[in-house]
Design a protein around this ligand. Structure first.
Ligand code: ADP
Ligand code: ZN
Ligand code: ZN
Length: 739
């Protein structure tokens, strides 16, 4: 028999299978991880068997060896599906399905099981006790150790050192004399830092929760749309419990940033630590490896993790949940550029199990599907514990300026902070700092320059002092006078948590503050440390970016201030309004979760913008109805897909030629074969040079079906044949970030 093997390599030219003969003595099946000789390389290459056939048309070499870790055939098929859909290397997709830390070229560097020496009694307990009584064990230290092990078998060397006055050499003597034996055993690196004591049981569901849960059948896709605090998590808990009773596993994805001990604790409190595995990037590679094995061995039936946990080798998968389904982190920005939601859909269909998408502010695409009956809509309209949604006030920053207030804090916000300092309740100040783009805006009327063709805020490019549209490449010189109101009060908007903190200190010298942004959050657990400190030490004011938004629960926070809602309205993406509404609604949801009523102040130069107006009343439906009409008119998703063909090279001439050739190829086929799609001309990318590589791109608006998929695959093949020196091409399907 002959195996078709994918080499564990990301070299594009090797993105094909190689045939190898299967030796009689090796047990090899689809998914086996093998070592094979390749070319004139001295060391064997690693590969994965993705097909088996009778014979090969080539003269083939033999497989050398097989490892005892394999990928299930189901996941080989998933990898093939992904490689096709996302037009990327199969080996890159397969890597996602391997145990963490086991893909290193150098097998010596791979993560291995962690082992500890356990010390056992080598003889029967009674015999040893007799020996001690009869005075056969002379040294007191030896007797103490034996005594300890008799009561605490098995013990580690560390236990012995702590609880007796024994040493390693005394233990060795006891081993030599036949009293003790040492056994090297696998132990789990445990990422759960602390124990959860209080066990919880099912809450009695509210009527709304009850109706929602009853609608969920044995399969199908559901959108659980429920306001913040409406009890979505309780529904997840009870669904998972039901699956556990059927001996089935559940995968729950949460955004990376909200995968805090707080979230995990709720699950541990209900189900206990034993059955739960967590997977996220803050774990050490060894911890991840052990969690993966815990899942694969079927010990952990509840898998909680960030995006890539969707590939966890769940045994008997029965349910997939994606919480905060609108979150951008579910889409990978590195190759393979997959969307975990789409992968979840694939897995749910293959396994014939339910997929639950949950959010208070659903992705426009999901809500559109639900409205059109493609997936089932489950709605929770009320907070489960009957607390009120906070009162939101919008402050017009143009007016502030007219009144002579040039600081980052409006008079109303200052007053409210003052009140909180007196009552010793906490405040969160949120500075939206999406992307790295800067834009310019008139401070008198709120006008920003938009591309006339795309209706997208133009991005300011400092080096060239120009405004550019990130979609079509249209450029304009920087304006110094507002075309609307002729004011000269034009301002550049960028970052500034540090500046905000300084301002707060100047205004409120007695206030304690803590800052959370990319600069202060870096090392393991640090994000959590900042939040714990804020909560436990009752710090007056937390100043933060995006990171403060997600799912945290602070009972003592009664005031949330949004410094400038506009920065997310103007980040150069068709989803700007959607993201603004989501962010404002989520951040407002942080206030007043305890017994006190919450207040939210949103500062903006665009109080009339509908995303801001509707977030004031926290009405997603109102927002959706307006936004969907615009999307329809401008032909943006969900009415089409946007494909970005991202090209780069070290040499600008090489890149331009590639862009032109690829465009010509596509254009000809689109015309000849009558594709109903919109192909844009290649333009320099928004950030047109990164790390010495020039970048251009080409956009396509279309319905991404199999025909378009094939067209793009062909175009990619064309590129591989083009004999370029340094060029790279990436194809992105509905990318999150248009920069
Ligand atoms: P969400 O996930 O929608 O934000 P949660 O599940 O976190 O909502 O619920 C919010 C709060 O309401 C939690 O404190 C939770 O314990 C409580 N809660 C949820 N469901 C119920 C219920 N059926 N009865 C009483 N309290 C509930
Ligand atoms: Zn103006
Ligand atoms: Zn444009």
């Amino acid at each position: 028999m002959v195996a078709e093997i994918i080499l564990n390599s990301s070299v594009k030219k090797l993105n094909r299978t190689f045939d190898y003969k299967i030796p009689e003595n090796l047990n090899i099946k689809i998914g086996s991880r093998v070592f094979v000789p390749f070319g004139n390389k001295k060391t064997p290459e690693e590969g994965i068997v993705i097909g088996i056939k009778e014979k090969s048309e080539y003269k083939v070499k033999e497989i050398l060896n097989v490892q005892n870790s394999e990928i299930k055939e189901e996941y080989i098929n998933l990898a093939k599906w992904m490689a096709k859909r996302y037009i990327c290397n199969l080996s890159d997709c397969l890597k996602l399905m391997l145990p963490p830390g086991t893909t290193s070229k150098n097998t010596e560097n791979r993560v291995k099981d962690k082992t500890i020496n356990f010390i056992y009694l080598a003889r029967d307990k009674d015999e040893i006790e007799d020996d001690i009584e009869n005075g056969n064990v002379k040294s007191e230290k030896q007797r103490n150790i034996l005594d300890f092990i008799i009561r605490n078998e098995p013990a580690t060397m560390q236990d012995i050192e702590i609880f007796t006055d024994g040493t390693r050499s005394i233990v060795n003597t006891l081993v030599k004399n036949g009293y003790l034996e040492i056994s090297e055993e696998k132990v789990e690196r445990n990422p759960f830092i602390h124990k959860v004591e209080n066990k919880t049981t099912d809450l009695k569901l509210t009527d709304e929760q009850q109706i929602a849960i009853e609608k969920i059948k044995e399969n199908g896709e559901y959108l659980l749309y429920g306001v913040t605090g409406s009890g979505k998590t309780e529904i997840y808990l009870q669904l998972i419990e039901k699956k556990l009773k059927e001996d089935k596993s559940s995968i729950m994805l949460v955004p990376e940033i909200s995968l805090t001990p707080q979230t995990v604790d709720r699950f541990i409190a209900r189900f206990g630590e034993e059955q739960i595995a967590v997977l996220h990037s803050k774990l050490s590679i060894g911890e991840r490896y052990d969690q993966w094995n815990k899942i694969k061995e079927g010990k952990a039936k509840i898998i909680i993790g960030a995006r890539s946990a969707i590939f966890a080798p769940a045994v008997n998968l029965g349910l997939i949940i994606i919480d905060e389904e609108h979150d951008e982190s579910y889409q990978s920005e590195m190759s393979p550029r997959y969307d975990a939601k789409e992968v979840a859909e694939y897995l749910a269909k293959e396994n014939n199990i339910p997929l639950i998408l949950g959010s208070a502010t659903p992705d426009m695409k999901s809500y559109y599907k639900a409205k059109n009956g493609k997936i089932e809509l489950l709605t929770l309209t009320k907070r489960a514990n009957n607390s009120n949604l906070p009162a939101v006030k919008v402050v017009d920053l143009r007016q502030e300026l007219a009144n002579g207030n040039k600081s980052m804090l409006s008079d109303s916000l200052k007053e409210e902070i003052e009140k909180n300092l007196i009552t010793k309740t906490q405040t969160i100040l949120f500075l939206n700092r999406r992307g790295f783009s800067t834009f310019i805006m008139c401070r008198d009327c709120g006008y920003t320059v938009k591309c006339k063709r795309c209706n997208i805020t133009m991005t300011y490019h400092k080096n060239e002092n120009k405004l550019k549209c990130h979609y079509c490449g249209y450029e304009e010189p920087v304006v110094t006078t507002c075309p609307e109101c002729h004011s000269k009060n034009i301002k550049y908007f960028g970052a500034g948590t540090q500046r905000l903190e300084d301002e707060v200190h100047n205004l409120f010298q007695e206030a304690t503050t803590i800052r959370m942004d990319v600069d202060t959050v870096s090392k393991k657990n640090s994000h959590e440390e900042i939040l714990d400190k804020f909560r436990n030490e009752n710090i007056d004011i937390l100043i933060g970016t995006q990171m403060v938004v997600k799912g945290h629960h602070f009972p003592n926070v009664t005031l949330v201030g949004v410094i400038a809602a506009d920065s997310s309205l103007n980040f150069g993406d068709y989803r700007a309004n959607e993201r603004t509404f989501q962010t404002l609604t989520q951040v407002a949801g942080r206030a007043g979760r305890g017994e006190y009523e919450g207040r939210v102040i949103i500062q903006t130069y665009n109080p009339d913008n509908y995303a801001i107006e509707y977030s004031k009343v926290q009405d997603y439906d109102l927002f959706y109805n307006t936004e969907i009409e615009l999307r329809k008119q401008l032909k943006y998703p969900p009415f089409c897909d946007i494909i970005v063909i991202d090209m780069s090279a070290k040499n600008l001439y090489e890149l331009k030629k590639l862009a032109k050739d690829l465009h010509t190829y596509l254009k000809q086929r689109v015309i000849n074969e009558k594709f109903g799609l919109l192909l844009y001309s290649p333009v320099p990318s928004p950030i047109d040079k990164i790390k010495d590589r020039y970048r251009w791109r080409m956009l396509i608006k279309c319905i991404y079906d199999e025909r378009v998929n094939n067209l793009l695959s062909d175009a990619f093949e064309e590129f591989l044949k083009m004999n370029t020196k340094t060029a790279r091409v990436n194809i992105e399907i509905n990318p999150n970030n248009m920069l």
